[in-house]
Design a protein around this ligand. Structure first.
Ligand code: CA
Length: 240
């Protein structure tokens, strides 16, 4: 589910749900003159086509294959955004985050760049799987800001890694075993910036087994808290 929020005129977030491939992703674009939408759209379409092209012959990717495919797809998206910037001067500075999830047999393989996140609710506990590539998170890691200060910091929107900013991009990849009852969430910072981890956990505890409803409640809560940015969320529940 994706929502423009209550402050922005346009929605620069894009998302992908491909049930056949087991591929799910969110891209949060940045840049004026419609460039943000261009960047997030390029990243998502490149991801979709490159994984469709590589569809596994036996229908199942190994963890290593899936990680390699995601890395290559994000790399290609980065390259395509960089090339587009050269064609149109008003697109200069555009970029996008990405968080991408693919099913590889009994594992979730997740790749990310920027501050779009993946969370896992397991047995009542919520864990953030990804580590934001953002200025505030770097300060948290250095012990210079607390988690709570980072959440409200005026520079919380500054990402330190994005697709489209450099000719080469470093992609972080992780694999997580999938267990019955697990609820995975992908989101843009329009959700995680408006809701605390505690609130996200509480909504998933109540509604995680009905993903569409969980998405609706999360988006509504983000808007109730101000809806300062575009809000995009994907909820995946493993039947248990
Ligand atoms: Ca955003």
């Amino acid at each position: 589910m994706s929502d423009v929020g209550r402050c922005r005129k346009v929605n620069q977030d894009m998302f992908l749900v491909d049930e056949a491939l087991g591929l799910y992703a969110i891209a949060d674009g940045m840049g004026g003159h419609a460039a943000g939408e261009v960047a997030s759209d390029l990243a998502i379409s490149t991801l979709a086509t490159s994984l469709q092209r590589q569809q596994s012959t036996d229908g199942v990717w190994s963890t290593e294959e899936a990680a390699e495919l995601l890395r290559a797809a994000l790399d290609e998206g980065n390259r395509r955004i960089c090339e587009s910037v050269l064609e149109r001067a008003e697109w200069r500075g555009m970029g996008t985050t990405m968080v991408a999830f693919v099913l590889a047999s009994d594992r979730a393989v997740i790749a990310h760049v920027g501050d779009s996140r993946a969370y896992l609710l397991r047995e009542g506990g919520l864990r953030q799987l990804t580590s934001d590539h953002s200025w505030v998170n770097e300060q948290v890691k250095l012990g210079l800001l607390t988690h709570e200060q980072a959440q409200r910091h005026p520079m919380r929107n500054i990402v330190t890694r994005a697709l489209g900013n450099q000719p080469r991009v470093e992609v972080d990849c992780l694999a997580e075993e999938i267990r019955p009852g697990d609820v995975f969430v992908l989101c843009s910072d329009g959700l995680s910036g408006m809701l605390s981890d505690g609130e996200i956990r509480e909504v998933l505890e109540s509604h995680g087994s009905v993903p569409r409803l969980a998405c609706r409640v999360l988006v509504d809560r983000a808007n109730e808290h101000g809806g300062e940015d575009n809000i995009t969320v994907i909820v995946l529940c493993c039947a248990g």
